[in-house]
Design a protein around this ligand. Structure first.
Ligand code: GAL
Length: 332
């Protein structure tokens, strides 16, 4: 395992490379993933310019919280009270508000384990920060195994009072640095998808329309121009998929091309898929390409939108979830 540390704009970028060629570059700002490479090949996209990456509204690779997704008019109805949240997308709250966790400096710690390394990021979020109830103590742990092309993100939260939490990793994947992800093959173990109003506020799940059915693997680009996906707010995928209840059939999602495969396992019940529908046209990316529509696929494991019951963290009990990504090279 090698660890290289680079400082940029007051932020520590830590590059951890294991013995089988999996390299993660992590950032204490936003407890995020700036880049993933496997065998020297880019697996993700992000704005290459680090100063722009830090404050990007695309959330490239960042930890999102307290609640990923949109909350209508910034009003959180929870346990009989209404909390006024920070609004940052018109009248609505997106990804935890103006200063959600993606824009917070975390404390970093590196722990050497027998078979790998843990890079830990810590944050304390005060009660009513961005309007959310209760103080929250979060550790985001990136676990990188020494001898396997696998990493796991573990979220461990404690709260001073009952509060809903829905963290995710907003990493955009594109295996092998292709110009877009449209030719890559996606499988999702989900046959129900979220429906939305015209402002992308979630309305509830319904059987997945054909264009959102990835239970039989198909190219990301195959149905991306379907009229269902082409309204003013989407222009591609921006949908939450609920995994089928039987999760014994791990992995719940795979993405592949002719050379590489990515597999997802998670304790979370759903995944938000966003196909970079509003790119920063022409911005240079970490994979050497210039950003354009569908440059990458954000794969964000989450609780179902508005399911505040499932998101609940009980005081002093804590809440843990994990997201695990495995890479493989075809023909190996
Ligand atoms: C996604 C969200 C999109 C967009 C994106 C950030 O999670 O579903 O609508 O806001 O984040 O650019």
């Amino acid at each position: 395992m090698t660890i290289e540390s680079v400082e940029s704009s007051g932020v520590t970028f830590l590059k951890v490379t294991n013995s089988v060629g999996l390299a993660l570059t992590l950032s204490d700002f936003g407890a995020g993933i700036y880049e993933i490479r496997y065998l020297g090949v880019p697996m993700t996209i992000a704005q290459k310019d680090k100063a722009e990456w830090l404050h990007s509204d695309a959330y490239f690779g960042k930890t999102v919280g307290r609640i990923a997704g949109r909350i209508k008019e910034g009003k959180l109805d929870y346990l009989g009270k209404t909390y006024s949240l920070s609004v940052n997308e018109g009248v609505n709250t997106l990804h935890g508000g103006v200063e959600g966790f993606s824009f917070k400096m975390f404390k970093m710690d590196v722990v050497h384990l027998g078979d790998g390394i843990a890079v830990d990021y810590y944050l304390v979020s005060k009660a009513l920060e961005m309007g959310f109830p209760g103080e929250v103590d979060l550790r985001v742990r990136y676990l990188i195994k020494e001898n396997e092309p696998v990493f796991r993100i573990v979220y461990d939260a404690k709260s001073s009072e009952q509060t809903p939490l829905n963290f995710t990793s907003h990493t955009y994947f594109n295996l092998g640095g292709e110009d877009t992800v449209e030719r890559q093959i996606l499988y999702i173990d989900a046959n129900e998808t979220e429906t939305y109003d015209s402002a992308m506020i979630p309305l509830g799940f319904a059987p997945a329309p054909k264009c959102l059915d990835f239970t039989t693997p198909k190219a990301v680009g195959k149905d991306i121009n379907d009229p269902y996906l082409q309204n003013a707010r989407t222009l591609g995928y921006d949908h939450c998929f609920a995994f089928r209840s039987n999760k014994s059939s791990f992995p719940v999602l795979t993405l592949e091309n002719g050379s590489f495969k990515l597999s997802l396992r998670t304790s979370l019940p759903a995944v938000q898929i966003y196909s970079d529908n509003y790119p920063r046209m022409g911005a240079l990316l970490t994979n050497g390409q210039k950003e354009k529509q569908h440059s990458g696929l954000a794969i964000e494991p989450v609780y179902k939108p508005n399911d505040f019951h499932a998101m609940t963290c009980m005081p002093y009990e804590g809440k843990r979830n994990f997201i695990e990504y495995t890479f493989s090279k075809k023909g190996e």
